[in-house]
Ligand binder design. Structure first.
Ligand code: ZN
Length: 150
């Protein structure tokens, strides 16, 4: 059995207790997407405001377990200021770390993106039922970016 300390790393707890970019943004100009993880009851709303091709602001609303909320907070911090291409590369890299990226891409476009603090979430992989919690905000962000592009 992997230890719970792998799941609740200090930085994860910090983001849970002090969530970054918590709140809502006006739609429009922002876009929003809602995500739901019925296995755990996590609900996440992600707001993204683009400035041209750049992610100017991200806001997170919703409720759920500590892993889902921490991951959303860390995602919002990691995505702010990136171009949409960089955001998608980081998204791919994160999902690859979580062992759920599709492996059809032989070129692995996100492989070179440094994860930084996000590596703290790697311990979640040892708890397969929690992977959906960690990835929820990221999939919801992808939906928001898709809706902004259409
Ligand atoms: Zn959860």
């Amino acid at each position: 059995m992997p230890g719970l300390e792998d799941l609740y790393r200090e930085i994860i707890l910090d983001h849970y207790k002090n969530p970054r970019n918590r709140g809502q943004l006006e739609v429009p100009p922002a876009v929003r997407a809602d995500g739901h993880n019925p296995l755990c009851g996590d609900e996440i709303t992600v707001y993204v405001e683009l400035d041209g091709d750049r992610v100017a602001r991200v806001a997170i609303d919703g409720q759920g377990c500590s892993i889902s909320q921490s991951s959303a907070s860390m995602m919002s911090q990691a995505m702010t200021g990136r171009t949409t291409d960089e955001a998608r590369a980081l998204l791919h890299r994160f999902k690859h770390m979580m062992s759920i990226a599709d492996h059809d891409h032989s070129d692995e476009p996100g492989e070179e993106v440094p994860l930084g603090d996000l590596e703290a979430l790697q311990g979640v992989v040892k708890f397969p039922v929690r992977i959906k919690c960690a990835v929820l905000a990221w999939n919801t962000l992808a939906q928001a970016l898709d809706s902004a592009a259409s």
